[in-house]
Design a protein around this ligand. Structure first.
Ligand SMILES: [Zn+2]
Length: 368
């Protein structure tokens, strides 16, 4: 299998995120993608290729242009804002510019019954609070370039499949599935999987299925396609009653308008085992099979692993190969894109195992 990697991901290098109001060391760090890269490079059945540039147009087909524009200029505006502020009594002028993290959000209730707010133009903190939805997704000097490169990785993987490869993998970082049309958050800026799905649908006129295997519900992907009949979204995830992103991912959400029936959420309990996961996966794969389309995009998060520091499932490393084999059993042309996974020692073997399963190069089971 060919897989796509860009070293530009290291340009997004957050030091802290703010969880429960407290700065903690960032989880979504460059070492994640490097751990996966090392595992992939240790396996001769995978061939690494570089992404090609696709420009901003495929992003604008999915995301609000004003948000894309904000992300492009956010760091420069924030650095300038910080310098001006530092010239006053607040900070030393030579103090390093911290990452931009919003602290005031455009909660819908603020504007209830009043129509929408214009975008505040002058203050980058206000703009970040308009386009961001939480405090765990810092914007640094290289964030925009890394996020653009992640989209190129996703689109290049999609192109491999359009060109006839049965499957391809894009090591996207930062991840994407939490980003809805007009917001960033959940470590995500641009929705790589949604952009790839739109690219496949646009290039071929065919329908596309998305299977989201990350521990967290892909609220962004669901939102983008919620009213669309030509993209099926299926997700297995921690029940939003306890798990981030809390406000989407309920089983009752099945799509709206022309998209009714094209969303399937499978919320799962704490401690979900290999066996329970595989049982529920069958239901998701059945829905994809019944949808009858040639293309599949997999949002692959391995934060479902039992060792993951921020999630609560109990999957073991070997089960990822089994999951990959079952995805292979769909017989669809498959683009696998990286989402989450935060336990550095296990993410490489888990991702590689899944891809070996998809590729049909899985390790044969030992004789009984
Ligand atoms: Zn996740």
């Amino acid at each position: 299998m060919r897989w796509v990697y860009s070293p530009a991901h290291v340009l997004h290098d957050p030091v802290h995120e703010v969880q429960f109001g407290v700065p903690v060391p960032a989880y979504e760090v460059p070492a994640r993608a490097e751990a996966i890269r090392e595992a992939m490079e240790a396996d001769d059945s995978f061939e690494r290729i570089a992404p090609s540039e696709h420009g901003v147009e495929p992003i604008l087909r999915v995301h609000e242009p004003r948000m894309v524009h904000f992300l492009e200029e956010a760091w420069a505006q924030w650095a300038e804002h910080h310098r001006r502020r530092a010239a006053g009594p607040v900070d030393h002028p030579d103090a390093p510019v911290p990452a931009l993290i919003p602290d005031s959000f455009l909660h819908p209730a603020i504007r209830e019954g009043m129509g929408s707010s214009p975008e505040p133009r002058q203050n980058p903190v206000a703009r970040a609070g308009m386009w961001g939805f939480e405090t765990m997704t810092p914007i640094g000097p290289g964030t925009y370039r890394a996020a653009r490169a992640a989209v190129d990785v996703a689109l290049t993987a999609a192109d491999l499949v359009l060109d006839g490869q049965p499957a391809a993998y894009g090591l996207c970082r930062p991840p994407g599935h939490h980003a809805p049309r007009a917001a960033f958050g959940g470590y995500c800026f641009f929705n790589n999987a949604a952009i790839a799905a739109e690219h496949l649908a646009g290039a071929t006129g065919e329908r596309v299925a998305i299977l989201d295997l990350d521990y967290h519900h892909g609220n962004g992907t669901q939102q983008i396609f919620y009213r669309r009949a030509n993209v099926l979204y299926v997700s297995l995830h921690g029940d939003p009653d306890r798990a981030y992103p809390y406000f989407a991912g309920w089983a009752e959400e099945t799509g709206a308008g022309p998209g009714i029936g094209a969303t399937l959420n499978i919320p799962l309990p704490e401690g979900c085992s290999d066996r329970a996961y595989l049982t529920e996966l069958r239901r998701g794969l059945e829905a994809i099979r019944s949808y009858r389309c040639p293309f599949l995009v997999v949002s692959l998060g391995v934060d479902t692993h039992r060792e993951d520091p921020i999630c609560d499932f109990a999957l073991t490393t070997p089960v990822y190969e089994e999951i990959g084999q079952r995805v292979r059993g769909l017989g669809m042309r498959t683009v696998v894109l990286q989402e989450g996974g935060y336990h550095l020692p296990s993410i490489g073997p888990s991702v590689r195992g899944f891809l070996r399963g998809v590729d049909g190069t899985a390790t044969p089971a030992p004789p009984a």
